[in-house]
Design a binder for this molecule. Sequence first.
Ligand SMILES: [Fe+2]
Length: 191
Amino acid sequence: MADFAPQPVDPGRVDVDVGAGTLRPEGPTLVRRLSDLEGLFRDQDAWRRDVEDGDRVVYQVSSSRVPEEPRELPQSITTILPGTCGGELYMTKGHQHPDPQGEIYLGLAGTGGLLLHDGKRTEWVDMAAGVVGYIPPGWAHRSVNTGNEPYRFLAVYPGSAGHDYGWVVEHGMGSRVMRTDAGHRLVAWDG
Ligand SMILES: [Fe+2]
């Protein structure tokens, strides 16, 4: 006899609404504004000004109903709006999985990038619709919108992986991604 508990979600179909950035059946949605990204942008004076000047939404995460539980594979769609704060491109907070496990991101719309850092090395994956970015176990990851339209991707990750946002605050991501006339460039982390 198998010793695992019955699965809490029945097999079924999940519809991906690429235009709306949602999954159906729909689970919880999370909205991150500039004020939620305290201490993450390099230019803290610019960040304070932008928070006082409207506190714009930076990104939204819409989940399916698959729970974050061991052996499950939850899915979510993240939409990062275009924009900069102090010249740094809008991005997710970034996190490390406390239980190191892999994850995949599938680009759905717009252009962006996947920044990965393992504490020593930093990697960058250009992302667009149809591209899968692979996050190996042990690599912290952050997504960045490098374009002028919303950048949207589907994430599929192990339900027991967890999310440690403090790791990025403590260790950084190795590089920051800045807006340039030509698009974007990575600059070395300087705190
Ligand atoms: Fe993750």
